[in-house]
Design a protein around this ligand. Structure first.
Ligand code: FES
Length: 106
């Protein structure tokens, strides 16, 4: 599958990944700007906030209680498709995951 990261200015970057790849980790490894991930993936910082494109959203695991709590703390407006990218692992059976990045994480 491919993860497509769309920056706030509309720039898109496609990255090929394996099933099970972590959406936050992949962005950090590829130097995608816009994901800070201060806590390193522990669902404790809310600086890895992304907006999951609607078609992709249902394929992912549901929001956990911990993630839910942290989503209250994101810097940019929370939307229905808001997720913490460190909690997102690319599921099987999906060809493309599109995530939009917020303008700011801080
Ligand atoms: Fe800190 Fe996701 S990396 S909450």
């Amino acid at each position: 599958p491919t993860i497509t990261y769309e920056l706030a200015d509309g720039t898109r970057t496609d990255i090929k990944v394996d099933v099970g790849a972590n959406v936050m980790r992949t962005a950090i490894d590829a130097d995608i700007p816009g994901i800070v991930a201060e806590c390193g993936g522990a669902a404790m910082c809310a600086t890895c906030h992304v907006y999951l494109e609607k078609d992709s959203a249902s394929a992912f695991t549901a929001i956990s209680d911990v993630e839910e709590e942290m989503l209250e703390c994101v810097a940019e407006d929370r939307q229905p498709e808001s997720r913490l990218s460190c909690q997102l692992y690319v599921p099987e059976g999906i060809e493309q995951v599109i995530v939009r990045l917020p303008k700011t994480q801080g």
